[in-house]
Design a protein around this ligand. Structure first.
Ligand code: ADP
Length: 164
């Protein structure tokens, strides 16, 4: 069983994430999209909301599961009996950020390998922070976010703006 774990914040999920999920789901027997419950990045959307949105985004893939994890990724990797972690590379900057994590994960668990897929050029400029900024400005995010979650995301940010 070739099982990949694709970890991330997914805050919110966007078309770059979906592109990686679609491509990896063809390569792997099973793909676990793992939503990070802790880490340095303060989440804007709740964990529950990020999971809910991701489940909608992944609904069309039979071999993709959405899970949350807390603590060390290398431990989650072992619990899930995964073959490798999957990360996306948009640029050389991403590589500089990813390399130390890759080395540390292998330091924690020798078999915890990381595989990288290069972002597709048409999505390589998309990031969750860009999508969040557009949502805050109440601008159209449909070029960047899977269609099935656009209305819910826009409603969420409109609700938040109404509370301020
Ligand atoms: P993290 O906080 O772990 O970086 P993200 O949700 O920002 O979480 O990203 C999760 C993974 O998806 C990372 O490997 C990242 O490089 C990758 N990724 C982010 N944006 C894109 C994109 N536009 N195209 C391909 N991969 C991407």
């Amino acid at each position: 069983m070739f099982r990949l774990i694709y970890p991330g914040s997914f805050d919110p999920p966007h078309k770059g994430h979906l592109d990686l999920i679609a491509r990896a789901s063809v390569l792997a027997d099973e793909l676990i999209v793992a939503v990070l419950q802790n880490g340095d990045k303060a989440g804007q959307l709740s964990l529950e909301m990020r999971c809910k949105l991701l489940k909608q985004v992944c609904a069309g893939f039979d071999n993709v599961r959405v899970r949350t994890f807390r603590g060390a990724l290398a431990d989650f990797f072992s619990e899930e009996k995964a073959t490798a972690l999957l990360r996306g590379l948009r640029s050389a900057d991403d590589f500089g950020y990813e390399l130390p994590m890759t080395v540390v994960n292998r330091g924690l668990k020798a078999d915890c390998e990381t595989l990288f897929l290069a972002a597709s050029p048409e999505y390589s400029y998309i990031s969750s922070s860009l999508v969040r900024e557009l949502l805050r400005l109440q601008k159209d995010v449909s070029p960047y976010v899977p269609e099935c979650i656009v209305p819910e995301l826009e409603d969420l940010y409109q609700e938040q703006a109404g509370k301020k």
